[in-house]
Design a protein around this ligand. Structure first.
Ligand SMILES: NC(=O)c1ccc[n+]([C@@H]2O[C@H](COP(=O)([O-])OP(=O)(O)OC[C@H]3O[C@@H](n4cnc5c(N)ncnc54)[C@H](O)[C@@H]3O)[C@@H](O)[C@H]2O)c1
Length: 439
């Protein structure tokens, strides 16, 4: 790993390759363009807005993260997208209905310039969608090669220095691991044979990793965790991260649950339900895509509460997650959580959360941070799973045999300490005895 002044500088342009030009990605691209024009601050983005404490509390050194580590600047981002519909980013953003028309109109030229390439897609993996802007090829390996060709032309046209590829496309159906995914060669053979265990999202990931481009997985699809793609990321020295952006209800869960556990309050049940009416909601209305999402959402509590260590408190939790497609709400999701907890002498208490959130408004800054930090990881020569970015994932990946960390506050400490480590600053333990002459 390269640290301090050895970190490669963020010179030149960074290509941002986005799979799916839907609500999240158009809100992200429009937001970046709006921020570049000075219409707004990059609200919600830790890489842009947060400070980091360095040294002792008495040192008063708290730079902005973006001034502390060498990140790519927003003006140096260039976008490419793929989608199964031909709409450019302006039309797609109008359809997504997240941002208001006046702001979209003021960015029309920039957004119209982003026209999606034909996608690698099959409705076998997303049952509710039927687009026609789709690549044709003899087999899945050939489709991956077509993606690589798109990327090569984009790199040459925009004179890019570096690239990051992000999956912000629909959630695919639930897939079990399959032995053809076990090695790079069996995976490539299976691509040639059009094996059903190779999903479109795996084809994009393969194309990126093969070209040494980092891949981040914003959906809960089975993807980077399969052994062949893990091996390819190590072999080609590429940073990867996933999965499923942590926004909305799960963000709240990873804020509240660590607090309950910190105070040794017990939990009997957590019932979570949502209404949302965007295309994501429509896709998740299909039970097979919902299953993929459900597994990702359910894993959070188990991993934070460590039922095996605290059977008296968390041994018998009823955890239910429901997503209901309700078109009138569009992207403005509403979620309700009923949390049944208990305390001293077993007395029961309840917490109710009613979060009127905007899914893509929460997701866009997460996508921005993941792109900038993953690019930074590449310039530090940090390869494979970037566990220090768990902060952003609903279902964070970790090295085989390691328990993933879901507690938002541990994740935040890990993220900031990794940045300090990169820059050769002291790690912060919060011990603080030195302020009381007790060392
Ligand atoms: N919004 C959030 O807060 C949030 C949080 C976590 C995860 N996610 C995930 O992010 C993804 C995007 O969410 P969204 O709200 O933008 O959804 P969306 O439906 O608005 O956009 C997804 C886009 O992907 C396209 N698409 C589907 N399959 C494709 C393929 N194989 N290749 C290229 N394009 C393809 C669709 O046509 C659509 O335009 C979803 O998987 C969602 O579950 C979103």
């Amino acid at each position: 790993m390269l640290r301090g002044t050895d970190i490669k500088p963020a010179e030149g342009k960074l290509g941002v390759l986005i799979v799916g030009l839907g609500a999240v990605s158009t809100t992200f691209v429009a937001g970046v363009e709006a921020i570049k024009k000075g219409y707004s601050e990059p609200l919600g983005s830790v890489s842009q807005m947060a400070t980091i404490r360095l040294g002792k509390r008495t040192d008063n050194r708290t730079p902005l993260i973006r001034d502390f580590v060498p990140l790519a600047q927003l003006k140096d981002l260039e976008f490419l997208a793929w989608d199964i519909f031909e709409s450019d980013a302006y039309e797609a953003a109008c359809k997504a209905g997240v941002l208001e028309q006046p702001i979209l109109d003021s960015l029309e030229n920039e957004l119209r310039a982003l026209k999606p390439h034909k996608a690698v897609f099959s409705s076998d993996y997303v049952k509710k969608l039927h687009g026609t802007h789709v690549k044709q090829g003899a087999n899945k390996l050939e489709l991956a090669q077509q993606l690589m060709e798109d990327i090569r032309s984009f790199k040459a046209e925009k004179k890019l220095n570096r690239m990051v590829l992000a999956w912000a496309a629909s959630t695919e159906i639930y897939l079990e691991p399959n032995p053809v995914q076990d090695t790079i060669s069996s995976f490539e053979q299976a691509m040639q044979n059009n094996h059903p265990a190779i999903s479109p999202s795996m084809i994009y990931a393969y194309a990126a990793l093969k070209m040494g481009i980092p891949f981040i997985n914003g959906a809960p699809n089975l993807n980077l965790e399969i052994p062949a793609l893990r091996e390819l990321s190590i072999q080609n020295k590429v940073a990867v991260g996933g999965k499923d952006f942590k926004t909305g209800q799960t963000l709240m869960k990873t804020i509240i649950a660590p607090g309950l556990k910190a105070r040794m309050l017990g939990l009997n049940g957590w019932f979570s339900t949502n209404i949302l009416g965007n295309r994501d909601g429509e896709v998740l209305d299909d039970p097979e895509s919902f299953k993929t999402k459900e597994v990702s959402k359910l894993s959070v509590l188990e991993s934070i509460l460590e039922q095996d260590k605290y059977p008296q408190l968390y041994g018998n939790i009823y955890h239910k997650v429901r997503i209901n497609y309700y078109p009138p709400r569009g992207d403005n999701k509403e979620s309700w959580d009923n949390i049944d907890i208990f305390g001293w002498l077993g007395y029961p208490m309840q917490i109710k959360i009613n979060f009127l959130c905007r899914d893509s408004i929460l997701a866009a800054p997460v996508l921005l941070d993941l792109i900038l930090f993953t690019d930074l990881a590449m310039r530090c020569e940090m390869f494979g799973v970037q566990e220090w970015l768990s902060f952003y994932w609903k279902s964070p990946m970790a090295a085989p045999g390691l328990h993933p960390e879901n507690d938002l506050f541990i994740q935040q400490t890990k993220l900031k300490n990794t940045l300090r480590y990169m820059m050769k600053e002291d790690l912060i333990t919060h011990l603080g005895l030195e302020y009381y002459d007790q060392m």
